[in-house]
Design a protein around this ligand. Structure first.
Ligand code: PNS
Length: 172
């Protein structure tokens, strides 16, 4: 039978419990799931470095045998071809996600018709969760319990302390 290799692409800046919920669901559906962290062309825009984002995902998915973590640059469809992937996994939380996701899925299909985009919904309790909101809460020292794994919370606190220190001592 044909093996389904799926790519779950994203910024994962940082990985949240919503992403991990989707990875768990995807790992049950696909033969192989590659979590692919996108290198931001405007590097300084990311909160965490690519290496940090990959390392956090690797730590959080280590026990899932058919899941691997990788980084990619450039067009997602070129990466799918290189990995012989036949599916892309994306999460949809609310209707507001749909328009952008539809545009991306259709454009990707135009570029590479053999790759299907599969949408999955995370658990309802994560429907309001995003990496952006998590970063903002962390920047203001708010509670992150239940939003990200402990390891990611530690990394966020460390990063925020570094950023605050850099603002306080701009010459260092
Ligand atoms: O987590 P995000 O930021 O929603 O992920 C967006 C991502 C990385 C999946 C998307 O920007 C992407 O696929 N980038 C790679 C470049 C590409 O293929 N662009 C054309 C998409 S139609």
């Amino acid at each position: 039978m044909k093996q389904i290799i799926a790519i779950y692409p994203g910024s994962f800046d940082p990985v949240t419990n919503g992403h991990l919920d989707l990875i768990n669901r995807g790992s049950k559906l696909f033969d192989r799931l590659i979590v692919a962290v996108a290198r931001n062309p405007e590097k300084d825009m990311s909160f965490f470095t690519l290496e940090e984002r990959v390392a956090m995902l690797q730590a959080m998915t280590a026990e899932l045998e058919n899941v691997s973590v990788d980084a990619f640059e450039g067009l997602l469809m070129n990466y799918c071809t290189a990995k012989k992937a036949n599916a892309v996994l994306r999460g949809i939380r609310a209707v507001s996600d749909y328009e952008f996701e539809l545009q991306m899925a259709l454009m990707n299909r135009k570029m590479e018709p053999t790759v299907e985009t599969v949408f999955m919904m995370p658990a309802e309790k994560y429907s309001y969760l995003s990496s952006r909101i998590v970063r903002e809460i962390a920047m203001f020292g708010g509670p992150l319990t239940g939003l990200v794994p402990d390891l990611v919370e530690e990394q966020l606190r460390r990063k925020v302390a570094e950023k605050h220190a850099a603002v306080a001592n701009p010459t260092k």
